[in-house]
Design a protein around this ligand. Structure first.
Ligand code: SIN
Ligand code: CO
Length: 393
C-alpha cells in the first residue's frame, strides 16, 4: 500500500497523514468513505453466523422507560449462539445483535479489513457487525480501543463527546455512561464512516430498521498481560535448560537458621537473567503471542486426497499460495511468526516469507524461488490449513 496516496476511505487523506493527525488523537467523520456501499452479507447470513457455536454474538435489548419522569432505560444482554427464533421480531424496536469476528468467516469482510492494513497487523483485531431494529443501540459508552464505524445499511445517528467523566451506570449488564453529554451529532448513511480514538464517549442509535454497522476494531496489549504471556513462554524455554544446582561452599555456620541466605537471593537473580540471556527470546515470545489465533479459531486440515504432497507442490508451483483468512502471520528482523509458532529465517527465504506475510500471498513464480526447505515448510502449512494453493485463473 502506498501510504502517501490519498484514499477515499480516509476522506481523501493519505494513511500517512491520518496516522499523524488523527490516530489515537481525535475523531474523524468521513462521508462516503466507501461510495455505493452495500452490505457484504445480508441479514439472513448474519443471523446464520449468530446461530453458530464458533461465532461470538450478543443480543442487547433496551426497555424504554414507561414514564417520562424515569430517565434511564433498562438494558438486557444475552450471549449467543442464537437460533433465529430466539431473536426478537424484526418490527420490535430497540434491539441490537452484535456479531464478532465476521472477517474470520467471510471473504468480502476479510477483504474490507485488509483496507485498514496501514495500521500494523499486530494492532488489527476484527470486524464486528451490528444489526439493529429501529431505535436500537448499545447505549452511550466508551471503548478501550480505536474503532472505525462504517455504516453498511440504513441510517444511524452518532453522538460523540470528549468528556472526561467516564463513570458508568451501576447495575447495568453492559458499560453505559452515567452522564453522557453529546457534543456533536451526525446521521450516517451507507458508506459513511466515523473514526474514534480510544475512550471517546459515543452513542449510536438506529434511525431505521435493518440498520447495519461494521466496526473495524483494534487491539492493544495490556502491559501486565503481555508481561505474563512473555514470562510464561520464557519459563517454558527454561524448563529445557541444563540443570544448574545452587552451591554454597562458602556458607558459614548460622545463628539465625530461619534467615534466607544472601547467596540464594543472588542465585534467584541469576536464574531470571538466564531466562532473558538469549536476546532473541523476548522477540520470539512476543511474535508467538501476537500471532496466536483466537480461542474460537480452528483450521481445517487437508484430507488425504487433497494432501498428496506431489500434486500440492505442483499446484503451488504454478498458481502460488494464499494465506487462509484466519492465519495470523508477522515477522521481525530475525523471525517469521505464524499462528503462534516461530521460525528463524534469513536470506532469500526470509524475504519471501516477509512478502507472504505482507501480501498474504505468493505467486507461483515467487514460490519457485524458495529453497526446498522453505517449500517443504510451506507445504506443511498447507496441510494444516494455514495456507492454501491459490485458485487458478
Ligand atoms: C454498534 O454498532 O451498535 C456499536 C458499535 C460501537 O459503539 O462500538
Ligand atoms: Co463503541
Amino acid at each position: 500500500m502506498d501510504i502517501t496516496h490519498a484514499l477515499p476511505l480516509l476522506g481523501g487523506m493519505s494513511p500517512e497523514r491520518f496516522m499523524k493527525q488523527y490516530w489515537q488523537k481525535k475523531p474523524l467523520l468521513i462521508r462516503q468513505a466507501i461510495p455505493g456501499m452495500k452490505p457484504l452479507l445480508d441479514r439472513a447470513a448474519l443471523f446464520d453466523l449468530a446461530a453458530s457455536q464458533e461465532v461470538e454474538s450478543r443480543l442487547i435489548e433496551q426497555v424504554l422507560p414507561a414514564k417520562k419522569a424515569q430517565r434511564q432505560s433498562t438494558w438486557r444482554m444475552r450471549h449467543g449462539p442464537f437460533e433465529r427464533r430466539a431473536l426478537p421480531a424484526l418490527k420490535q424496536a430497540a434491539w441490537t445483535l452484535l456479531v464478532q469476528g465476521v472477517n474470520l468467516h467471510h471473504d468480502a469482510v476479510d477483504a474490507l479489513m485488509q483496507q485498514f492494513r496501514f495500521v500494523p497487523d499486530a494492532r488489527l483485531d476484527d470486524v464486528m457487525i451490528s444489526y439493529a431494529s429501529e431505535g436500537g443501540g448499545v447505549g452511550p459508552h466508551f471503548d478501550s480501543y480505536d474503532v472505525f464505524l462504517l455504516q453498511a445499511h440504513g441510517q444511524r445517528r452518532w453522538q460523540i463527546a470528549a468528556q472526561k467523566d467516564l463513570s458508568l451506570q451501576e447495575g447495568a449488564p453492559l458499560k453505559i455512561l452515567a452522564n453522557f453529554e453529546p457534543e456533536q451529532t451526525w446521521v450516517l448513511e451507507p458508506g459513511d464512516m466515523l473514526y474514534l480514538p480510544p475512550r471517546y464517549a459515543h452513542d449510536g442509535v438506529a434511525m431505521t430498521g435493518d440498520c447495519m454497522t461494521y466496526s473495524v476494531g483494534f487491539r492493544a496489549p495490556k502491559q501486565a498481560e503481555l508481561g505474563q504471556e512473555i514470562l510464561q513462554r520464557l519459563a517454558e524455554d527454561l524448563s529445557d535448560a541444563p540443570e544448574l544446582l545452587y552451591k554454597d561452599r562458602q556458607q558459614s555456620a548460622v545463628t539465625e537458621p530461619a534467615r534466607l541466605p544472601e547467596g540464594l537471593t543472588a542465585f534467584a537473580h541469576q536464574a531470571l537473567q538466564a531466562a532473558l540471556k538469549d536476546p532473541l527470546a523476548l522477540q520470539r515470545s512476543l511474535g508467538e503471542y501476537l500471532t496466536e489465533p483466537k480461542a474460537q479459531v480452528w483450521f481445517e486440515e487437508l484430507d488425504d486426497d487433497e494432501a498428496d504432497d506431489h500434486s500440492l507442490s505442483e499446484l503451488a508451483n504454478t498458481q502460488g499460495v494464499t494465506l487462509d483468512r484466519r492465519t495470523r502471520m508477522m515477522f521481525d528482523d530475525r523471525h517469521v511468526f505464524i499462528n503462534g509458532e516461530s521460525y528463524l529465517a534469513g536470506g532469500r527465504d526470509a524475504r519471501l516469507m516477509r512478502q507472504l506475510a505482507n501480501d498474504r500471498a505468493l505467486s507461483g513464480k515467487d514460490w519457485r524461488t524458495a529453497s526446498s526447505a522453505a517449500q517443504e515448510l510451506m507445504l506443511d502449512w498447507c496441510l494444516r490449513g494455514w495456507l492454501r494453493v491459490s485458485s487458478g485463473s
